[in-house]
Write a protein that binds this ligand. Sequence first.
Ligand SMILES: Cc1cc2nc3c(=O)[nH]c(=O)nc-3n(C[C@H](O)[C@H](O)[C@H](O)COP(=O)(O)OP(=O)(O)OC[C@H]3O[C@@H](n4cnc5c(N)ncnc54)[C@H](O)[C@@H]3O)c2cc1C
Length: 393
Amino acid sequence: MPFPHPILIVGAGPVGLSLALALARAGIPAEVFEADAELNTQIRASTFHPKTLEMFQEWGVADAIIRHGYKVHRLQYWERSPRRLIADFDYGCIAADTPYPYRLQCPQHIATRILKPAVEANATGKVHMGHQLLDFVDCGAYVTARFATANGLVERRGSYIIGADGTHSVVRKQLGIGFQGKTYEDRFLLIGSDLKTSDLLPGAAQVCYIFDPQEWVIILNLPDIVRVVFRMTDNENEETALREDNLRMRIRRFFGETPPYTIKAIQLYRVHQRVADTFRMGRAVLVGDAAHNNNPSGGMGMNSGIHDAANLADKLQRMYNGEPDGLLDEYARERRQYAIESVQLYTDRQYTHMVMRAGEEREHRNKMLFDAANDPVKARAYMLRASMLEDRI
Ligand SMILES: Cc1cc2nc3c(=O)[nH]c(=O)nc-3n(C[C@H](O)[C@H](O)[C@H](O)COP(=O)(O)OP(=O)(O)OC[C@H]3O[C@@H](n4cnc5c(N)ncnc54)[C@H](O)[C@@H]3O)c2cc1C
């Protein structure tokens, strides 16, 4: 039976907006409530994997997002010292598996600015900015939620409430759902600039992971900026490290002398690996960062959140057409299992590769990656996994 009230979605990040779009396109009333007055502009995720692009295609936004991004056709792994290319994967090896055999680098805040109007273009989709969820009550047959706005308190009734409200989720906290895991010791220092990395590192692809036990480096080229991410250990002083002369020294230490360049962005962040004890409690459901956090090596955090949204939208649509509410338990089970057994394993292993120290382990890693890149069958399997399409192997 159709829901008597809209689905209330808390948070207009990429995950909340994706869910709202999928629901609104299916004719299901979905309302997003975002605490901030404007969509976030922070430098955050930038990698969209092929599976996510397939979902965007289904929701009618793939072409617009692809137009704003950079198509990356090769993925490389390097050793920093001595500097050498270990493995060079070509996305062409999965061309028969997906219409999007590449990885798109596009800032998250550009994608959300395409998703929001797409939600609002549907009669059943609404986005309310400047609405901060304070609390909610699960009344059994529906939920009521209270939001703080510039014009005072607003109360809304919904059939379900979806916590797409990020790592510090109010929905998750109010339900008292545990969020166990670990915080990595290293911090990630991102320096955005107009450097031409392919000139400075001959043979380098647009996305490179450069292994080193002391200071690994990740290079991600986006349309108008290159992000170079460095490992920053816990014992480095933040204020000193962020001084412009020290940022430039870090760049020089890695690339050598460079032509003049402009630093356009700096971001220092901590990385966590956590999973909520459950993704569903009564009429409340968690998606995206509210449900799971992982190491960004491999670019799977935002992507897996958008895949949560697609899975949940499918279940809600089936419930809207008469199937039982138990489908939400299936959602919770499937996506929690995927977060633990797939995303966390993969991203943690990627991270371990970046800092691998011992000679024998290191040689084994390099051989495994070299062999995978140079054998068509293994390369296809590797790239399907890296593209979150492991179910097609
Ligand atoms: C610095 C940084 C770099 C990152 N880099 C990568 C990367 O390279 N690759 C990758 O895959 N991932 C990366 N991530 C993670 C990625 O950005 C997240 O996985 C993604 O943003 C999750 O989307 P989300 O919609 O679940 O949550 P968010 O994007 O956090 O959105 C949550 C929204 O909820 C709103 N909100 C919060 N509380 C309330 C409330 N009480 N009421 C109403 N609204 C509320 C917030 O304002 C926000 O807009 C990075 C994250 C950070 C911080």
